[in-house]
Every structure is written in C-alpha cells, then in structure tokens.
Design a binder for this molecule. Structure first.
Ligand code: HEC
Ligand code: HEC
Length: 253
C-alpha cells in the first residue's frame, strides 16, 4: 500500500513537473530570444528568421506608438524631423566605413538619450543637456552680429555648396566667414556627425531648400529635439528599433 502511494505520488509530481515545463517554455524561449537580440549583430539577426521576426515584432508597434507621430507613418520625416530610412545621418554615422555593429550602436545612442534632451533634473545637466544626449546647436547668426548683407551672402555660399545658382560675388564675400561654420559642417560642407551638423552639399534639406528657408536657419538658428527613450522603452525594444532603422536605411528590408 505504502509502495503504491509512493509511485502515484511520484507520478503525480512528474506530471506536475512536465506541465510546469510546458507552461514556462514559451516564456523561456522569449527570454532566450531577448538575450540573443541584445547581443546579436545586425548580420546575425538577419541570418536567423526566428530572431528577425522577434526583432520586427518588437520594432513595428514601438515605432507606431512612439515615433511615427513625429517621423511620419513611413519614417520619412518632415520639416525639422529627419528621414530615418534614407542613408543620410545627422548623428554618429559617417559614411559606409562603419560596421553594422558600430552603426547600430550609434543609432541606439540617439534613441536611448535623444537629441538635445533637456527633460531631466537641473543638477545632472551638462552644458544645458541631459547626460549622454546628443548635443550641439545651430547658432542664430543674426543675434551674433551678422548684418543683413552678410546673412544674404552666406545664403548664396550655402546654395553654391550644393551646386545651386548663386551670385559669385556674394559667395566670394561670404567665404571669409565660412570658417565659422566648419566646426559643425566640415571644411567642405559635407557635415560632421559627432555634432549633428547636416551635409550642406547634397539635395537633402532638413529645413527646406529655398533661399528663404536657408536664410531663416542661418539668421535664427535651430534646436531640433528628439526625446530620450531610455526610461520609456526596454533595452530589447531599443535594440530592435535601432536594428530595424539600420536595415530600412540600408534598404535591407
Ligand atoms: C517629438 C518628436 C519626435 C519623436 C516622438 C521622435 N523623434 Fe526622433 N527625432 C526628432 C527630431 C526633431 C530629430 C532631429 C534632431 C536634430 O535636429 O538633430 C530626431 C532625430 C532622430 C534620430 C537621428 C537621425 C539621424 O539622422 O541621425 C533617430 C535615430 C531618431 N530620431 C529615432 C527616433 C525613434 C526611434 C523614435 C521613437 C522611439 C523617435 N525618434 C521619436 C523628433 C522626434
Ligand atoms: C556649433 C555647430 C554649428 C555651427 C558653428 C554652424 N552650424 Fe549650421 N547647423 C548645425 C546643426 C546642429 C544643424 C541642424 C539643426 C537642427 O537639427 O536643429 C545646422 C543646420 C544648418 C542648416 C540647415 C540645413 C538643412 O538641411 O536644412 C544650414 C543651412 C546651416 N546650418 C548653415 C550654417 C552656416 C552657414 C554656418 C556658419 C555661418 C553654420 N551653419 C554654423 C550646427 C552648426
């Protein structure tokens, strides 16, 4: 009798154990995918269909809930808000020399800490921004003493950088002031991503391509802000978002 009791008890506990395993299996494999995603390079994620789907299923709803309101429904941006799915970066990524891992790290830095994020306690701010946020400022040159003529000449200089029609005398006159701009836009005007200075030589314009638009930026400055997401989204979602944006920008998906 005692023997039989032991067997049934044992059997019961075995069934219980198996049931428990079955119930926790999806959670376990989810955790496993999460850990894999956090450590994987974009190449590894793309090579693993299960991991790729996991990444995609995290990124798409997070974009719809948090990002498309500003970056647009297909992430192509608008005035003052960059297109996230072209291979033109304001921050961190400079050309195609960077590896996939390095590029995704740069995009993660922007998503985690934002651009010019000031939404934190005053005591922890550095140079006016929250810790680790991307920071720089397009100065307002009208306030810095540029007169009307210098501002107009500078507009012609900027237009000439991208091969647009420009008055050569104005370009010549502005060339002595162009050194003020190179710290953030590069000597040749192709931009400087550590400071978020846009490329002024291409035909992609964050704030518009007309002489009037350019005048307005140079005269009045700009302080575009992307919020920080480190306290809103979890690490796996942020990695998924950065990877997704990297894939889209490269035309991989
Ligand atoms: C309130 C509007 C707003 C929201 C919401 C927003 N962004 Fe931004 N984002 C911006 C603006 C504006 C910039 C450009 C900042 C600048 O001027 O450099 C930007 C820049 C970026 C950049 C840098 C692009 C580059 O070329 O380097 C990335 C990446 C980015 N956002 C990702 C996201 C993601 C991911 C989300 C959602 C989780 C998001 N943003 C939500 C406004 C927003
Ligand atoms: C301290 C860094 C810094 C300096 C110096 C600077 N810029 Fe900028 N500039 C920026 C940043 C950053 C942006 C993007 C602003 C934003 O995203 O809010 C910008 C944007 C612009 C744009 C708009 C580009 C577009 O795609 O719409 C123009 C034009 C421009 N700058 C011209 C100039 C000129 C001309 C000078 C010198 C007289 C100059 N900048 C000096 C940082 C700088």
């Amino acid at each position: 009798m005692k023997f039989l009791q032991l067997i049934t008890q044992n059997l019961f506990s075995k069934i219980l154990l198996i049931l428990l395993c079955l119930v926790s299996l999806p959670a376990w494999s989810q955790n496993n995918l999460e850990a894999l995603l956090l450590n994987a390079s974009p190449e590894t994620i793309q090579a693993n269909p299960e991991l790729f789907d996991y990444m995609n299923n995290l990124a798409e709803p997070a974009l719809a809930d948090n990002c498309t309101s500003c970056h647009g429904s297909v992430l192509t941006g608008g005035v003052g808000v960059p297109n996230l799915v072209d291979y033109e970066w304001l921050w961190g990524i400079d050309g195609f020399e960077m590896t996939g891992v390095e590029s995704v790290m740069e995009i993660m830095q922007t998503i985690l800490y934002g651009v010019r994020n000031t939404d934190c306690d005053e005591e922890i701010k550095m140079f006016g921004g929250c810790p680790d946020t991307r920071y720089s400022e397009m100065p307002a040159y009208a306030e810095l003493g540029f007169d009307e003529a210098s501002l107009n000449n500078m507009v012609d200089y900027v237009l000439s950088l991208s091969g647009e029609d420009a008055n050569p005398f104005a370009v010549e006159a502005a060339s002595s002031q162009w050194p003020l701009c190179v710290e953030c836009h590069g000597v040749d005007g192709t931009g400087y991503t550590p400071f978020g200075g846009p490329d002024l030589t291409d035909d992609i314009w964050l704030f518009g391509s007309s002489g009037r638009d350019i005048y307005d930026v140079v005269a009045n400055g700009r302080v575009g802000v992307c919020p920080a997401w480190s306290e809103v989204l979890d690490a796996a979602t942020i990695k998924a978002l950065a990877t997704y944006i990297y894939y889209k920008a490269n035309g991989f998906i």
